[in-house]
Ligand binder design. Structure first.
Ligand code: C5P
Length: 234
């Protein structure tokens, strides 16, 4: 059972990237009261559906549902309305859906649900980015992130998901937007499939951080969580 958030530094969220809900609860038992917020992503949601969200809410956890919704505005609005009914507090939509999709999503969001627009996936490296845009010098990852944030701000979303390198630029241009930074890693730690991992020093100014394999693949997950969260607040 969680004990409630600590107001210093970014809010840490545990990524429950596991195939079954029972395994998610084993992680939560192991990590104990230090975890307050959990991320339900595509893997767990595809396997267990809204029942996973309801069970986590019943156990007292705050839920970030990371579905990165990307569809026609009407369909996305319907999914957002459904998630609000499960007491999800944070939900992702993909910024690539553009202003009309973001607007429809925001109009469908009711309390306590707040929306985050995903700008770029942290697994996207330079090569992938160049492949997407044919190497156009005008379309840098920073330029795209700023454009996506402009849409999110204009449509009244709570914030954006962005790589750590974009955090300072987003803060300067859009002080009212919350920023969630995924892919946290200890300095020198394994990066797995992430091309843009974040170190604790880079995310101190973020609103939310996601801890996944940096914790679950560590030799001592409890110590890894405590050390990463401490470093993000130092
Ligand atoms: O295990 P790891 O720390 O790499 O997990 C990062 C988590 O953040 C994953 O659950 C992934 O789905 C999510 N995420 C991401 N990049 C984004 C948005 C979400 O890696 N832009």
């Amino acid at each position: 059972m969680p004990t409630g958030p600590d107001s210093r530094g970014p809010v840490p969220i545990l990524a429950l990237d596991v195939p079954r809900l029972a395994e998610a609860f084993r992680w939560l038992d192991r990590l104990g009261p230090r975890v307050d917020w959990v991320k339900v992503g595509l893997q767990l949601f595809a396997a267990e559906g809204p029942a996973a969200v309801r069970a986590l809410r019943r156990a007292g956890y705050r839920v970030f549902l990371d579905l990165k919704l990307f569809d026609i505005p009407n369909t996305v609005a319907g999914a957002v309305a459904a998630a609000a009914a499960w007491e999800v507090e944070l939900l992702t939509v993909h910024a690539l859906g553009g202003p009309a999709m973001l607007r429809a999503a925001q109009q469908a969001a009711s309390t306590p649900l707040r929306l985050l627009a995903v700008t770029a996936l942290t697994s996207w490296g330079e090569e992938h980015w160049a492949t997407l845009w044919g190497g156009s010098p005008a379309m840098t990852l920073s330029a795209w992130t700023q454009r996506a944030a402009a849409w999110a701000a204009a449509e009244g979303l709570h914030g954006v998901v962005a790589p750590a390198a974009e955090l300072a630029g987003l803060r300067a241009a859009y002080p009212g937007l919350a920023v969630l930074v995924p892919a946290l890693r200890p300095v020198g730690g394994p990066t797995h499939d992430q091309a843009r991992p974040a170190t604790p020093a880079e995310v101190r100014d973020a609103d939310y951080i996601v801890l996944g394999r940096a914790v679950t693949a560590a030799a001592d997950p409890v110590a890894a969580w405590d050390e990463l969260v401490r470093a993000c607040r130092a």
